[in-house]
Ligand binder design. Structure first.
Ligand SMILES: *Cc1c(COP(=O)(O)O)cnc(C)c1O
Length: 396
């Protein structure tokens, strides 16, 4: 990025295609892909200076790589952040953040509906290293407050939540965290910086599964931790030693993904709103969960902290599992898969897939019914998506 403040005043659409690019001696227009594990030095003295960190520059791609740097700088610009460190996957971003910022004896408060692997990492693996997590209802500020302990180091949340699209109040939770001397971490996977900028609302760090919307075309895995350099530097120190860094190839695919992020997010979110309205009016649909609908219990809050409702719509059909499966099995266009964030629309039955390992009691407590379906809306024509869902709905 140039050294003056030129980039500071540009809009997200522009940053998504321009931020972070550095041209080589060939002056290429598209970003180059540097598939190299290591870098050479012009002299023993230069090698020594680079290794000691006295002179900045690339040494080895577990530490830094120019293609990864373009992706990092572009995503940092989009989140309005000082810095970004990229990781091999969303989970390695969350793992690296916890390993870098927490120590034995520390405590985390997280929302109970977080991504399954995140729950397993925080609730199942980290306690073996003396880092415990309390899970609380995402939207209940009093539960977050009550769960704080003197040793609470992080508050961790996703908003909108999966699959019921509950909203957590980022600004209010940032205030609760800061009054306690803790950090607020937001997994911004569902909205991306195009629809929500948690750092501007007071969050300390953002994590991403770049695998989802940042790629947008279901090709590669990746992740990122974004925020002030003081904190991302700590994550970087862990990452360069422990090794779950992003590959240069994946970074190159992901920075191409960022170039269309704004246009995709706005289009997919608009399509989701149209589909949600249609579902809400359908006689075989009991309930629709979508933050962009006035019927959503936190519609006002969603409008305040998001630019639009996002591209995830969940709904309950009238009936139970058999009726929900009828809709799934009669789709010819929608992909039956648990993935999301793709330009191809995906359809999931959470109770028997993503949330299948919960006990029936846990599922009931989380509000995940057998009749629930989740649609991650892509870029197909909404009329075609409606027709695909209508086929199964007509059989209920
Ligand atoms: C997919 C996902 C993750 C994990 O990301 P991976 O890239 O699969 O490791 C974390 N958080 C959320 C909200 C996700 O959807």
């Amino acid at each position: 990025m140039s050294e003056d403040n030129f980039f500071d005043d540009l809009h997200a659409e522009t940053l998504a295609v321009r931020a972070g690019q550095v041209r080589s001696q060939f002056n290429e227009h598209a970003e180059a892909l540097y598939l190299t594990s290591s870098f050479v030095f012009n002299s023993a003295a230069e090698a020594a200076a680079r290794f000691s960190g006295e002179v900045p520059g690339n040494v080895y791609s577990r530490f830094t790589n120019p293609t990864v740097a373009v992706f990092q700088d572009r995503l940092a610009a989009l989140e309005g952040a000082e810095a970004c460190v990229a990781t091999a996957s969303g989970m390695s971003a969350i793992m690296s953040l916890v390993m870098a910022l927490c120590s034995q004896g520390d405590h985390i408060v997280a929302s109970s509906g977080v991504f399954g692997a995140t729950q397993q990492l925080l609730g199942g693996i980290m306690p073996r290293f003396g880092i415990d997590t309390s899970f609380v209802a995402q939207s209940e500020l009093s539960e977050w407050q009550a769960a704080l302990r003197p040793n609470t180091r992080l508050l961790f949340l996703e908003t909108p939540g999966n699959p019921l699209t509950g909203i957590a109040d980022i600004a209010a939770l940032a205030a609760i965290a800061h009054a306690h001397g803790a950090l607020l971490v937001v997994d911004n996977c569902f909205c991306t910086p195009i629809l929500q900028q948690p750092l501007k609302l007071g969050a300390d760090l953002v994590v991403h599964s770049a695998t989802k919307y940042l790629d947008g075309q279901g090709r590669v895995l990746g992740g990122a931790v974004v925020g002030p350099k003081k904190l991302t530097d700590e994550v970087f120190k862990f990452l360069r030693t422990a090794g779950p860094t992003l590959s240069a190839f994946n970074a190159w695919v992901l920075q191409k993904g960022l170039e269309t992020l704004s246009i995709r997010m706005h289009a997919q979110s608009a399509a989701a709103l149209e589909l949600a309205r249609w579902l809400e009016a359908h006689p075989k649909v009991l309930r629709v969960f979508y933050p962009g609908l006035p019927s959503h219990p936190q519609h006002e809050l969603a409008l305040r902290q998001q630019k639009s409702g996002g591209a995830i719509v969940s709904f309950e059909v009238k009936g139970g599992r058999a009726e929900a499966w009828k809709v799934v099995d009669n789709c010819r266009l929608l992909s039956i898969t648990a993935n999301l964030g793709d330009v191809k629309t995906t359809l999931t039955h959470p109770a028997t897939t993503t949330h299948g390992r919960l006990s029936p009691e846990q599922r009931a407590a989380a509000g995940i019914e057998e009749s629930l379906l989740r649609v991650a809306v892509g870029l197909e024509a909404v009329a075609d998506l409606q027709e695909d869902l209508a086929r199964g709905l007509a059989l209920i």
